[in-house]
Write a protein that binds this ligand. Structure first.
Ligand code: ADP
Length: 485
């Protein structure tokens, strides 16, 4: 991996704590390339005590960092952004090597990740308070915003760069210190951020990356350490519930970006070619391993067969392979469990009457975790993917008759993150957008992520929003000051 980097020093196998590069008390854990199955790095495996020390150094550093002006914080965040973009290629290579997504997508993620640092750096200058007309003649009321303190972050492997910046950027901009634990599968995309933070001039202790294979122990430390004032998590609803329970003892503020089960609806009046293109992007980006991926594709009767045929033709063209190779659209899945889950969902659907029109086959290509994309038709609400996120390259097509029917089906889930639909009729567009019980609605588009808009879910998909001017509020407390004059 080192030999593929323009700047080999970007491969960091140690953790970044209090401005120092540290080895793990528990030795190292292995990082595997999912396209080839080979070990590409041995990363510091930190103990719970080491994470406690990271939190202590963050607590000490945060006090000074909070005194910096917004403009000063903006300046170092801008340097951080510039360094990410200057090293976009190398960051992409590291990401593809440990995560598997095609290099073009990995570089796209780096640009997306960097955009949060740029955006929130700019926001640092605009953390406005409020003055409120007093309730008595002698009273003056002011509201100020202050950083919440030390922020602990837990992030997944599917967007190992951007999920960190989406949390760290607003935290740092607000004047918080950040302690982040990346997923065990993808630590290298995190440790390199420690290096770039250091080079950008972010003070020691303000930004920490604690690598560890012991997810639940570190999660407990984050929730039980009184110096931590906020937990921000992206991952499964199951782990989100555990963290919320643990955080309750300290009444800690929590932001949760959890699972989804996105409906993707194609109405009779949709532009079918655009809908197919959107479905491909939405379903097969990162090989279906995103929480905003289309998980259920509902197609109205009149266009069902045409849509199925067009989708099949388009998916057949997607090339599967090692993400480092030019022209590859589908990389490997993250691990063997991910493959098993897709296969279980296909088996469950066919047992209940669905028909495989593409794929459905066995894993291929030897050492890597490759599974050909699959499309199934004739799907119904009793099939596993109707309640459970597949998180893989499986496109299930459901047939529906009326607008009212599809809204009921689309909302029939505990999740409420992203939803999508394709239609042209203006009153339908409004009605459906309002009726979908989701935090995000994409209309005639399959891609909704941007740093300028609030990303987040309703129902059991989470709490809070990331991105946009709303995102920074999650890292600040409001203080009401009442003065008698
Ligand atoms: P995914 O299915 O994307 O792996 P998870 O919710 O299992 O989603 O994992 C998301 C992140 O949470 C990962 O970094 C994982 O290591 C971490 N994690 C898993 N279990 C726990 C736990 N009990 N406490 C804290 N973190 C956890």
């Amino acid at each position: 991996l080192k030999s593929m980097l323009r700047d080999p020093s970007l491969l960091c196998e140690r953790a970044y704590v209090g401005g120092e590069w540290v080895d793990g008390d528990n030795g190292t854990f292995e990082v595997t390339n999912p396209a080839r199955g080979d070990v590409i790095a041995h990363v510091a495996d930190l103990s719970r005590a080491q994470v406690a020390r990271a939190i202590a150094s963050a607590e000490a550093a945060q006090k000074e960092w909070a005194k910096w002006t917004g403009k000063e914080r903006a300046a170092v965040l801008r340097r951080f952004f510039d360094l990410m973009m200057e090293n976009q290629h190398d960051l992409g290579v590291i990401l593809t090597a440990e995560q598997g997504k095609p290099l073009a997508e990995a570089k796209g993620e780096v640009a997306y990740g960097a955009s949060f640092i740029e955006f929130f750096g700019e926001e640092a200058k605009r953390i406005y308070g409020e003055t409120i007309p007093g309730h008595q003649r002698d009273k003056r009321i002011t509201v100020i915003k202050q950083p919440i303190g030390v922020v602990a972050s837990i992030t997944p492997w599917n967007f190992p760069n951007a999920m960190i910046t989406r949390k760290a950027a607003p935290a740092l901009a607000a004047g918080c210190a950040f302690v982040g634990r990346p997923a065990t599968e993808t630590p290298l995309s995190a440790t390199v951020m420690g290096l770039l933070a250091e080079r950008a001039g972010i003070p020691a202790g303000v930004f920490n990356i604690v690598t560890s294979s012991r997810a639940s122990e570190i999660g407990k430390e984050f929730c039980e350490n009184p110096a931590v004032r906020k937990i921000t998590f992206t991952g499964s609803t199951e782990v989100g519930r555990i963290l919320l329970r643990q955080a309750a003892d300290q009444v800690m503020k929590c932001s949760m970006e959890l699972g989804g089960n996105a409906p993707f609806i194609v109405f009779d009046d949709a532009d079918l070619d655009a809908a197919v293109e959107g479905a491909i992007l939405c379903k097969f980006r990162n090989n279906g391993q995103t929480c905003v991926c289309a998980n259920r594709i509902y197609v109205q009767s009149g266009v069902y067969d045409a849509f199925a045929a067009k989708l099949k033709a388009a998916v057949e063209k997607l090339r599967m392979g090692d993400g480092m190779e030019e022209g590859v659209a589908l990389g490997p899945l993250i691990n063997a469990d991910a493959i098993t889950k897709v296969q279980e969902h296909v088996a469950d659907a066919t047992a209940k009457g669905a028909k495989v029109i593409l794929g459905g086959g066995e894993p291929t290509q030897g050492a890597g975790y490759f599974l050909p994309p699959t499309i199934v038709t004739g799907c119904t609400q009793d099939m596993a993917f109707a309640t459970d996120e597949t998180f893989g390259p499986l496109a299930p097509l459901f047939r529906f008759e009326t607008e009212d029917d599809v809204i009921v089906m689309a909302n029939d889930t505990i999740f409420g993150l992203a939803s999508y639909f394709y239609a042209k009729d203006l009153s339908r567009v409004y009605k459906v957008a309002e009726a979908l019980e989701y935090g995000i609605v994409g209309i005639n588009t399959g891609i909704i992520s941007t740093e300028v808009a609030p990303f987040g879910g309703v129902k059991q998909s989470g709490l809070g929003r990331e991105g946009s001017h709303h995102g920074i509020e999650e890292f600040m407390e409001m203080k009401y000051i009442c003065m008698s004059v």
